[in-house]
Design a protein around this ligand. Structure first.
Ligand SMILES: NC(=O)c1ccc[n+]([C@@H]2O[C@H](COP(=O)([O-])OP(=O)(O)OC[C@H]3O[C@@H](n4cnc5c(N)ncnc54)[C@H](O)[C@@H]3O)[C@@H](O)[C@H]2O)c1
Length: 464
């Protein structure tokens, strides 16, 4: 049978949380394009070809199945993919650098640079390169310069198109994004490349949601968006500490300020702290950028957001310690949730990890429960071996426990039978609600000692 002719060949390098879902959405919405996703990790590519995808995201499997094998393909053959495509999306990982100059703050661009070199070496025709990874400002320009040094006479246009999806709601975010940002050079060829990318998204996104800018504004907007989002969380978390001191209720404060249309009510839930692969890394990247340009005061301002986040998880464990009579050694503590947020299996930078490490330092007997993230949790905590227990069933995890600590806001935890859990726990039975998702008064009536975030605790056993 003759191979089907497609209008364009699109390639994505990097089949992770961004590359997989984004390209599946493009393939689904644009059957006229052939979409190929490549990655150096053969295991990951193999998983994308099964129903057991390498990442969990609501609606993703259905989306992938709707076009896999028709116009969506997964492969490890990076070179072939580059040769055959006119447009190359790059969504490789850009973690925080752990060594040398900028260690602990700047982005590690080794994976990014490797893709640039691969493209330069293998390409036989002009290409548009689309930056999907989050990168330091001016990376697009630097990459364009490197690529233009080719001796084959090829033209490469580098367009910045940062991804704003949130894990857990990625499919909805990709289908109906608040905006898609496309930054290019403002030369004739740059504007032509910009239009080519606009045309792809215009297949399903209204023109008014497709915004354009120069490359630097686009790159910087991604760092700033994540820094502002994280700032909201650290702001309300810092206030939660004050609420606990003055007997205010952070939920009431959040509700009152959120009604102000200038402030808005989103991202005002106090919690044990933000996680995920991006917030901390992107803020630190912004901090490094400010330091590089000598803006020390600006850098310190943004760095404070990360400090408050660390403070919040430390405070959570301090609350556990203090409430449980200053010792948790050998006490069974069931940690409900390990994913960095609900509806994902992703555990990168999860607050649950720092909480677990602190509990282990106090020699607690930690049991981790999570509906989707046990596999990743085991990998993150492999150094602890059998010292940590893993139990997907929350009832089994809490059986015989002295305390339950909620670390992820899974809906599941709102609907558990807390009478039954209480019955099976050691007494006094403690609940530390690190996400403020439970009915604290009801738990107190059942008999629990209840410690929310940013609200006075509900305790039966007063010290005097
Ligand atoms: N995860 C998110 O929610 C999110 C949201 C917006 C933006 N981002 C940004 O998108 C980028 C990717 O993030 P992610 O979460 O998808 O990362 P990820 O680690 O899930 O995926 C990156 C993939 O790239 C592959 N890769 C690395 N170098 C490669 C190479 N030379 N050739 C082929 N494949 C290669 C890795 O094997 C990995 O599978 C990052 O810059 C991140 O900051 C992430």
């Amino acid at each position: 049978m003759a191979e089907k002719k497609f209008e364009r060949n699109l390639l994505c390098i990097g089949a992770g949380y961004v590359g997989g879902p984004t390209m599946a959405m493009i393939a689904h919405k644009c059957p006229q394009y052939k979409v190929t996703v490549v990655d150096v990790m053969a295991e990951k590519i193999a998983a994308w070809q099964t129903d057991d995808l390498p990442i969990y995201e609501p609606g993703l499997l259905e989306l992938v199945k709707s076009c896999r094998g028709k116009n969506l393909f997964f492969s490890t053959d990076v070179e072939k993919g580059i040769k055959e495509s006119e447009v190359i999306f790059i969504s490789v990982n850009t973690p925080t650098k752990t060594f040398g100059e900028g260690a602990g703050k700047s982005a590690d661009l080794q994976y990014w640079e490797k893709t640039a070199r691969d493209i330069l070496r293998v390409s036989e025709s002009d290409k548009i390169i689309v930056e999907r990874s989050t990168l330091p400002v001016k990376t697009a320009i630097a990459m364009e310069r490197i690529l233009s040094l080719n001796e084959k006479g090829l033209n490469f246009e580098v367009v910045s198109n940062p991804e704003f999806l949130a894990e857990g709601t990625a499919i909805r975010d990709l289908e109906k994004p608040d905006r898609v940002l496309i930054g290019s050079k403002e030369t004739e060829s740059g504007l032509k490349a910009r239009q080519a990318i606009v045309d792809i998204y215009a297949n399903w996104i209204p023109k008014s949601n497709l915004i354009t800018s120069n490359q630097m504004s686009s790159e910087l907007s991604k760092l700033v968006a994540n820094s502002f989002l994280a700032q909201r969380i650290s702001s309300i978390n810092s206030i939660s500490a004050l609420c606990e001191k003055v007997d205010a209720d952070v939920r009431e404060v959040a509700n009152a300020i959120g009604k102000d249309s200038r402030i808005g009510d989103k991202f005002l839930n106090a919690s044990v702290g933000f996680g995920g692969s991006c917030f901390k890394k992107d803020i630190l990247n912004l901090v490094y950028l400010c330091e590089t340009y000598g803006l020390q005061d600006v850098a310190e301002y943004w760095e404070g957001i990360v400090k408050i986040n660390d403070y919040q998880s430390t405070r959570f464990v301090q609350t556990i310690m203090k409430a449980m009579f200053n010792t948790i050694t050998n006490k069974r503590i069931a940690l409900f949730g390990f994913a960095f947020k609900a509806n994902t299996s992703d555990t990168r930078e999860t607050a649950a990890l720092s909480v677990t490490k602190k509990l282990m330092m106090e020699k607690a007997h930690v049991v981790i429960s999570d509906p989707k993230a046990i596999k990743n949790a085991k990998n993150d905590l492999k150094d602890y071996g059998d010292d940590i227990e893993y139990e997907e069933d929350p009832y089994k995890a809490a059986k015989g426990a002295h305390a339950i600590a909620i670390a992820t806001e899974w809906d599941l935890y709102k609907t558990l039978d807390y009478e039954k859990l209480y019955h099976d726990m050691e007494k006094p039975a403690f609940i530390f609600d690190g996400r403020n998702i439970l009915d604290h008064e009801k738990l107190f009536e059942i008999g629990f000692e209840v410690h929310p975030i940013g609200r006075p605790p509900l305790i039966h056993f007063k010290e005097n």
